[in-house]
Design a protein. Structure first.
Length: 98
């Protein structure tokens, strides 16, 4: 794992969001998303920074993220409010600072 890996940086649905691109560094933790009616898929990880715990929206990218689980990572993405809560949509991900 060296450098950043692109995830959704070139996807139309990501690019269409008006939120500014931000960079966040934190621990990528596996998460059990809620089940039941109205539950959203693609939120299998949480990014825990010094000040936030953001669900990470990465539909279909679980295999790419698995090697980063339980590690400090740097994520470039957009913080998007969905159903009254913030989550981060990932453009790129890479190892955090050593």
């Amino acid at each position: 794992m060296s450098g950043s890996e692109p995830l959704f940086a070139d996807q139309d649905w990501y690019l269409a969001r008006p939120e500014p691109t931000v960079e966040r560094t934190g621990l990528l933790e596996p998460r059990s998303p809620p089940l039941g009616p109205g539950a959203r898929g693609g939120l299998d990880y949480t990014l825990r920074t010094r000040t936030d715990r953001l669900p990470v929206y990465t539909p279909g990218a679980e295999g790419i993220l698995r090697p980063y689980a339980r590690r400090t990572v740097t994520v470039t993405g957009k913080i998007v409010r969905v159903d009254g809560a913030d989550e981060i949509w990932v453009a790129t991900i890479g190892p955090g600072p050593a």
